[in-house]
Design a protein around this ligand. Structure first.
Ligand code: SAH
Length: 256
C-alpha cells in the first residue's frame, strides 16, 4: 500500500510538513518512557518517535488501512501497533504505570480524548496534542476570557496548559477548514481536589451551560447553602471564576 486514502469521518488530515512533525515530537519531555500515539495515519509523528532511544511506544488508529500501512512501513513496532478506537480502548492493558500521550488528534473527537485523559489523569503526566486552534485556545484560556469553558476548568484543575504554536491549514493533506495549534498539558501537583470531584464537575458543567446568567440563577438546580449563595461571588458568571472558586462552591453544595 502506498498511501492511506483520507477519510473525512475519521478526521484524517495528514501532516506533510516534516519540520512541524519533528517539533511536535521534540515537545515531549525527554524523561517520558511510556508513550501512546493516538491516530497513526501514515506515521509522520511515529517516524520521529521511534528515533528516540529507550522508549516504549504504542500507536493506535481506528482505521484498518492506516494500521496496514503502518505494519508495512514500521514493522519494528510489531504488536505495539493497535487497531482500535482510542476512546473505547482500555489503556490499562498497555501500561501499568504512567504514560504520555501524543498525537495530531482527529478533531471530531478531541474533546472526548481530553475527557479520557481526565479519566486516566493520575497515569498521564503529559499530553502533546494538535487541536483545532479554537479548541486549543479554549483549553488554555484563563478565567475572564469569553472562550474559557467547561474543559478549561476541568483540565486546569489537574494540568498546566501551554499553547505551543499555531499551525497553518496548508501543511495538511487534505487541508482542514480551520487553523490548528499544538498544546502541551502537564500534570500539576494536585492529587485530589479538596471537595467532592463528581459534584465539582457537575457544578462546572451546570454553571457554563447557562454562562450568561449569574451563578445565583445558573446554579438554581443545585442545593447550595443559602447564606453562601447570597454572597458577592454569586453575582458573577461562570467565566469569571477560577478553579479554586469552583472548589469553594462545591464545598458549600450538597449532593443530590
Ligand atoms: N498522525 C497522523 C494522522 C493524523 S489524522 C498525521 O499527523 O498525519 C488523525 C488520525 O486519527 C487518523 O489516522 C484517524 O484514522 C485516527 N483516528 C480517528 N478516530 C480515531 C479513534 N477513535 N481512535 C484512534 N484513532 C482514530
Amino acid at each position: 500500500m502506498t498511501f492511506v486514502r483520507p477519510k473525512k469521518h475519521l478526521g484524517q488530515h495528514f501532516l506533510k510538513d516534516e519540520n512541524i512533525a519533528c517539533k511536535i515530537v521534540d515537545s515531549l519531555d525527554e524523561k517520558s518512557v511510556n508513550i501512546l500515539e493516538i491516530g497513526a495515519g501514515m506515521g509522520v509523528l511515529t517516524k520521529y518517535l521511534i528515533q528516540k532511544p529507550d522508549k516504549n511506544l504504542f500507536v493506535i488508529d481506528i482505521d484498518r488501512e492506516s494500521i496496514d500501512y503502518m505494519k508495512q512501513h514500521y514493522p519494528q513496532l510489531g504488536d505495539h501497533l493497535i487497531l482500535g478506537d482510542c476512546l473505547q480502548y482500555n489503556l490499562h492493558n498497555l501500561f501499568s504505570d504512567s504514560f504520555s500521550i501524543i498525537g495530531n488528534f482527529p478533531y471530531n473527537i478531541s474533546s472526548q480524548i481530553l475527557f479520557k485523559v481526565l479519566e486516566y489523569k493520575d497515569q498521564i503526566p503529559e499530553v502533546i496534542g494538535m487541536f483545532q486552534n479554537e479548541v486549543a485556545l479554549r483549553i488554555a484560556a484563563k478565567s475572564g476570557s469569553k472562550t474559557y469553558g467547561i474543559l478549561s476548568v476541568l483540565l486546569q484543575a489537574f494540568y498546566e496548559i501551554e499553547y505551543l504554536f499555531k499551525v497553518d491549514e496548508t501543511v495538511f493533506v487534505p487541508p482542514p477548514k480551520v487553523k490548528s495549534a499544538v498544546i502541551r498539558l502537564r500534570r500539576n501537583e494536585v492529587l485530589s481536589l479538596d471537595c467532592d470531584e463528581k459534584l465539582f464537575k457537575q457544578i462546572v458543567k451546570t454553571a457554563f451551560n447557562q454562562r450568561r446568567k449569574t451563578l445565583r440563577n445558573a446554579l438554581k438546580s443545585i442545593a447550595i447553602d443559602n447564606e453562601y449563595t447570597s454572597g458577592e461571588l454569586f453575582n458573577k458568571r461562570a467565566e469569571q471564576l477560577n478553579v479554586s472558586d469552583f472548589i469553594e462552591i462545591t464545598k458549600h453544595a450538597t449532593k443530590i
